[in-house]
Design a protein around this ligand. Structure first.
Ligand code: HEC
Ligand code: HEC
Ligand code: HEC
Length: 166
């Protein structure tokens, strides 16, 4: 009985420690520091993003890499992290380590990310921008019409807003 209790407590402690470590890794690998600064390959998107309202605007709200590229839901997030480990491998093997190589791979990389957003109905955009919350009166007439009709048209944000960040 005593042995069983010790095993149970040890198991709990290990479980909590493993969870904390896991959470720490998940958190760190989602920071802009990791995504945008830890490898020079990401200078191209980072420099471009810094010129857009998603980086700096009158309201002082900043959108980071992970806000658009890493899902918040557990399973999609894990799948994206697994895919990202292939990207880390790409870093070590120098797949896009010059601006020329980045440019050559860009269409394929962009298409993969666009397909991901098409498949999830631009979920990451919708985490911040809710159509139901849009003040249509404040939008241009044409723009308002696009957003209002989004469901009937079977369109998703990224169909019209490709190239939004970089
Ligand atoms: C973490 C929150 C967040 C996410 C995620 C996000 N946005 Fe934004 N978006 C903002 C903020 C904040 C602004 C700037 C508002 C301002 O100018 O004050 C903005 C501005 C915009 C604008 C107008 C400015 C421009 O650059 O044209 C568009 C269009 C837009 N977002 C579309 C998108 C799309 C499409 C996605 C998904 C790929 C997305 N946003 C993801 C918060 C977010
Ligand atoms: C059928 C095309 C279309 C679709 C689909 C679409 N938009 Fe837009 N949106 C536009 C156009 C055109 C503009 C005006 C030009 C610009 O800011 O890029 C615009 C502007 C915006 C703006 C800036 C509004 C302003 O008045 O400053 C935001 C934010 C935005 N869109 C978010 C979204 C989000 C989020 C989705 C998905 C839920 C979405 N859009 C879907 C065409 C579209
Ligand atoms: C507001 C949303 C948003 C933010 C913030 C954002 N991205 Fe992107 N990113 C996209 C979209 C959408 C695509 C798909 C291609 C396109 O639309 O041009 C993309 C494509 C990419 C690609 C594929 C190659 C390319 O250049 O198209 C890379 C790599 C990338 N992003 C890295 C980053 C990094 C690193 C950061 C942070 C410094 C970042 N992104 C911030 C929306 C975003």
């Amino acid at each position: 009985m005593k042995g069983g209790l010790i095993t149970l407590v040890a198991g709990l402690v290990l479980g909590v420690a493993a969870y904390a470590a896991f959470d720490g890794v998940m958190y760190y690998t989602s920071t802009d520091d990791f995504c945008g600064n830890s490898c020079h390959e990401m200078e191209t998107p980072r420099n471009a993003l810094q010129q857009t309202p998603h980086h700096s605007n009158a309201h002082g709200v900043t959108v980071g890499c992970s806000d658009c590229h890493i899902p918040k839901e557990f399973v999609p997030k894990m799948l994206r992290k697994i895919e990202a480990s292939r990207e880390v491998w790409g870093h070590w093997t120098g797949v896009i380590d010059t601006p020329e190589k980045y440019a050559a791979h860009r269409p394929a990389m962009a298409e993969r990310e666009l397909n991901r957003l098409r498949a999830n109905d631009s979920q990451e955009c919708r985490n911040c921008h809710e159509v139901a919350q849009m003040d249509f009166a404040a939008q241009d007439r044409t723009v308002r019409r696009y957003h209002r009709g989004i469901e009937q048209r079977g369109k998703t944000c990224i169909d019209c807003h490709e190239g939004i960040a970089h």
